[in-house]
Design a protein. Structure first.
Ligand SMILES: Nc1ncnc2c1ncn2[C@@H]1O[C@H](COP(=O)(O)OP(=O)(O)OP(=O)(O)O)[C@@H](O)[C@H]1O
Ligand SMILES: [Mg+2]
Length: 367
């Protein structure tokens, strides 16, 4: 059922004449750090403060006298914000939720509250309070929490599985002479090899979820990239992608753990291949890998023309366990980010939906 107020929000625009508002209050509302939007009992927008115009990136006074529908069809309003406002409208007005989180295309967050009904004399007051800093702290806390939890979980799994494996290994060695007598020595060999393989898998899991202390060595960037591209070339070919390594100029040497560095670049190339296979058009998948010097740093880039990412994915892609893939663990990038931070560097990313993605790893160069 649509209420009378919901209906009135859908009415066409009408000429609006500003009411007799106390100028002092208007000044306060105008300069407050939250965005404010006031609709009257007929669903007409009667007031919007400076901050609100800036949040929505609208020209001053361009929307007064509009209904919500007209506000949503305003050509100055970006598509992204329209979607967000529509979702907020649905959640708060239709479903009656008291709050909503509004996020814009630049990744800034606002908590939207609605005050309506009797106390607003049938009108509706929307307040937008910025919570981007709080969100950042929340995300970092969540990330650290998940990593700590994963560390504990994997350590306890390793402990629980490694212990019985060691016992089995010992008993098989004791049985070895008897199996030899029976002419079944081969069995012992197979069991031992399989136990060692299981141990290796546990070790791999532990090191991939919690990067170990780097084994520092000098790494020529050109050799590192060449090797990783060689390693992935056949896989790329099978997935119908072309992978190319840009020619590198000059000697660029970084200091770090070569295994961990390879793991990072491999993670990104794998993600690029997966983004290409998930794209739903016939264009040829292309992955480009390269590096260039930028002052005292090297910028290693991995770019693809795959499916790209929307703002929500971009916001969360470094969070542990965040994945959009059916079989993904969501650990690839969170571990990569940790490795690069341990090496004194940082990762940046730019992406467009259906066009592609570019990851850039910046690391300090050895002078
Ligand atoms: N090149 C890319 N193009 C498009 N989306 C990407 C790209 N790289 C990462 N992503 C997005 O970021 C998410 C997180 O990536 P991450 O590597 O951490 O985990 P995953 O690839 O999902 O799983 P795993 O790496 O454990 O197999 C992916 O699920 C995907 O949505
Ligand atoms: Mg991945």
């Amino acid at each position: 059922m649509i209420s009378q107020y919901q209906e009135s929000l859908l009415l066409p625009a009408r000429t609006f004449q500003s009411g007799p508002m106390n100028t002092t209050y208007e000044d306060v509302l105008e300069h407050i750090d939250s965005g404010i939007m006031l609709f009257d009992e007929e669903g007409i927008l009667t007031f919007m403060n400076k901050q609100m115009y800036s949040i929505l990136e609208l020209n001053r006074h361009s929307v007064l006298g509009c209904t919500m529908v007209h506000l949503l069809s305003n050509i100055q309003l970006s598509r992204f914000k329209k979607k967000q406002l529509l979702r907020g409208y649905h959640e708060m007005i239709k479903l009656g939720n008291p709050g909503y989180e509004f996020v814009d295309e630049y990744g800034r967050y606002w908590k939207v509250s609605l005050c309506s009904g009797e106390q607003m004399k049938g009108g509706a007051l929307f307040t937008f309070k910025e919570i981007s800093d709080y969100k950042l702290i929340e995300q970092t806390a969540y990330q650290n929490d998940s990593l700590a939890m994963l560390g504990k979980l994997s350590a306890s799994i390793a402990h629980e599985i490694r212990n019985p494996l060691t016992a089995i290994r010992g008993f098989i060695q004791l049985l070895h002479p008897h199996l030899h007598q029976l002419g079944k020595e081969e069995y012992a060999k197979i069991i031992l090899a399989e136990i060692d393989r299981a141990n290796d898998i546990i070790h791999e899991f532990l090191t991939s979820s919690k990067p170990s202390v780097p084994q520092v060595a000098m790494i020529p960037v050109a050799a590192l990239l060449k090797e990783v591209v060689l390693l992935t070339e056949s896989e790329a070919l099978m997935k119908g992608c072309e992978i190319s390594l840009h020619p590198l100029h000059g000697d660029m040497i970084i200091s770090g753990d070569i295994k961990q560095m390879k793991q990072v670049v491999l993670n990104m190339i794998r993600n690029a291949m997966e983004a290409i296979t998930e794209k739903v058009d016939d264009s040829v998948g292309k992955i480009e890998v390269g590096a260039r010097r930028e002052g005292a740093e090297v910028r290693i880039f991995i770019s693809d023309n795959g499916k790209g990412m929307d703002i929500c994915t971009l916001d969360r892609l470094f969070n542990p366990f965040f994945t959009t893939k059916e079989n993904g663990t969501g650990l690839g990038l969170s571990v990569s980010e940790k490795i690069i931070k341990n090496h004194g560097g940082y990762i940046s990313v730019s992406s467009r939906v259906n066009e592609g993605t570019r990851f850039v790893i910046s690391l300090p160069l050895i002078q």
